[in-house]
Write a protein that binds this ligand. Sequence first.
Ligand SMILES: C[S@@+](CC[C@H](N)C(=O)[O-])C[C@H]1O[C@@H](n2cnc3c(N)ncnc32)[C@H](O)[C@@H]1O
Length: 233
Amino acid sequence: MLTPIFYVTANRKAGLRSELAFWEKWIRTKGSEWPEDFKRRLDPHSAAAGYHLQVLERIGADTIHILDVGAGPLTTIGKRYQEKTLIIKACDPLADEYKKILDRYSIKAPVVTEKCDGERLGEKYQSNYFDWVNAQNCVDHSSDPVKVIREMIQITKVGGFISLCHEVNEAKLEAYRGLHQWNFYESDGNFMVSGKYGYQLNLTDEFKKDLVLTMWIDQDNWIYVIGEKGEIQ
Ligand SMILES: C[S@@+](CC[C@H](N)C(=O)[O-])C[C@H]1O[C@@H](n2cnc3c(N)ncnc32)[C@H](O)[C@@H]1O
């Protein structure tokens, strides 16, 4: 359990307040420096894009059940993919606060973010249910990234997928400020996490019984991991 390490340095309440301030400005200004991203997230007909396509093309079903974890106020997941039906849910610990801000600006989210911590997905969502559970730029904000990934696996169907996308070594880049306490990176082909005081764990090993991983790092130094859930041993 990594939560105690998180709390040695992190003030979670202050971190969540600053996260909320960021998203309040993003909503008030219709996307801050990213107006196109704001429009795309609000568009109920936006096409799936980026690494999401690499997950979607591996799912055979015509109706695809998706959960975006740590989604913020408006999920980044596109609402259309080929002729398939995407049934998208989104969750975030700050969901209630995000809803109040969206209501204040009369903005209607195409997918309403529900309140749930990544560490507690199994309490809210059915086990072995989703075809795809995504988490981007958020597991490094959690108090226990290993538990978040474990819970993501629990609610994913056998043969379904989890995906993770984070800037490499985000906590180091952010000097361990606010919620940023965890670094994701690659070492000798393994997916790794580290925190302060020398903590590190090989996630490829940790989840080798549950997931077959595909991993790559893009030119902007973001690490992407897609894990296919195998039969539980
Ligand atoms: C930088 S935002 C990213 C939002 C969205 N995934 C995106 O890419 O635009 C980080 C999000 O992580 C959420 N977060 C913080 N702690 C979390 C946790 N324990 N589990 C899941 N999400 C968490 C924050 O509330 C915030 O909405």
